[in-house]
Write a protein that binds this ligand. Structure first.
Ligand code: XIL
Length: 385
């Protein structure tokens, strides 16, 4: 073969380099298919998801395999809530939670317990006595402690993180939510829950979990509570930011202030229930209009057959911004969990309006990673696109 001219040599070399880069990218994507997001963010925070009972019933389904590959933390969506777990006093439905904890252990995941005390999804018997009269404060506190001893105790050493109290701050941001826990037992129920959880598993990480922490009123109240608890030795280790956000809310500058405020108190932040609602906001309409006006429902559910590319781009950009912020606070943020794995299973298809088609998560209805997923990988591997 005659020697190559300089030009020919340069062309062959360039082609070889492109080929090499391409092969590298392919190898990278093949590796990613084995290891998932948990590997991408392994130096930053845990990456989790929330699963329904049926997802862990059969570990051979594509969804179970996807969850095992992508995530190193799992939270049950409903199985450990008070109503589903103990529908009648003392009748515990352990089968589902046991399977979840075993699934987590089998895949080396951090299992998150959700949630010990919450005003929603409570059983009918909880706030009344045998005569159907309101229970006394003492009895309600006892019921809280009994539940926590049983549940946290059963999974001691296997559930590493607990959402101890969920959504206990009032909507008006001026104090505790007016739940039946509060009206019967007073604010003491919150700290009693933390103390009981700590006693049942002294090594578990205990979180207070809520939404809208970016709100300055909520931030102030929360910081006051944390300081008070620290002073009096109430065991609280972190704050869960649910992270049910939209394309244009909340203002991430306010969100960042709340991350800073929690970090300044020396507590961890866990992003516990991240999803990005892409649908038009229902709050501008009255409830009656939503249920009665067909045209309005159409307006509220515009993308039944697929998300337009320009909205998907907004979703991708939003996920990128959120994770840029999380990475900036990687010293404070211990975990980022999405609330569900793929769009088809998201609670956002039914909240706050039932029966819509929403696109809030990182995997689509066919379990394929979305553009947002690729954008998150690219944050850590800018050349691997
Ligand atoms: C949701 C579940 O995903 C749904 O299946 C259920 O019908 C209602 O609750 N904040 C929380 C979660 O802390 O427990 C909620 O989960 C979503 C809002």
């Amino acid at each position: 073969m005659p020697p190559l001219s300089r030009r020919q040599f340069a062309a062959v070399t360039a082609a070889g380099l492109v080929g090499l880069a391409h092969a590298r990218t392919q190898a990278f994507h093949r590796a990613l298919e084995q290891t998932g997001l948990k590997e991408v963010f392994k130096d930053d925070f845990l990456i989790g998801t929330a699963v329904d009972g049926r997802t862990v019933d059969d570990p051979s389904t594509p969804l179970a395999q996807l969850v095992a590959r992508e995530f190193n933390a799992i939270t049950p969506t409903n199985m450990m809530k008070w109503g589903p777990l103990e529908p009648r006093e003392g009748e515990w439905q352990w089968a589902g939670p046991d399977r979840l904890v075993a699934f987590g252990a089998a895949h080396g995941m951090t299992v998150v317990g959700h949630t010990l005390v919450w005003h929603s999804q409570t059983p009918r018997w909880l706030f009344v006595d045998e005569q159907d009269a309101p229970v006394s404060k003492e009895r309600l506190l006892k019921r809280i402690e009994t539940r926590i001893q049983a549940l946290v105790g059963r999974y001691q050493g296997r559930v590493a993180i607990w959402d101890v109290v969920n959504e206990a701050i009032d909507e008006d941001e001026k104090g505790w939510r007016q739940s039946r826990f509060l009206t019967i037992a007073g604010p003491e129920f919150v700290e009693r829950a933390f103390r009981a959880a700590h006693e049942a598993d002294p090594k578990a990480t205990l979180l207070y979990n809520d939404y809208n922490e970016h709100n300055p009123g909520r931030r102030r109240f929360l910081v006051d509570v944390i300081r008070d608890y620290k002073r009096r030795g109430v065991p609280i280790h972190g704050v869960g930011f649910q992270g049910h956000v939209g394309l244009d809310y909340p203002d991430l500058a306010e969100y960042e202030k709340s991350l800073q405020a929690i970090a300044a108190e020396g507590l961890q932040v866990h992003v516990t229930e991240l999803d990005v609602d892409v649908l038009p906001r229902a709050s501008g309409y009255t409830g009656a209009e939503i249920s009665t006006n067909f045209e309005l429902s159409e307006k509220l559910n515009p993308w039944k057959t697929g998300l337009p590319p320009e909205i998907d781009e907004k979703l991708t950009a939003r996920y990128r911004q959120l994770f840029e912020l999380f990475l900036k606070y990687r010293e404070t943020i211990a975990r980022v969990s999405t609330w569900g794995t793929f769009d088809g299973e998201s609670w956002k298809n039914n909240f706050p309006v039932r029966g819509r088609t929403n696109y809030p998560l990182l995997f689509d209805r066919e379990l394929k990673p979305k553009a947002a997923y690729a954008a998150l990988v690219a944050l850590k591997h800018p050349t691997a696109r």
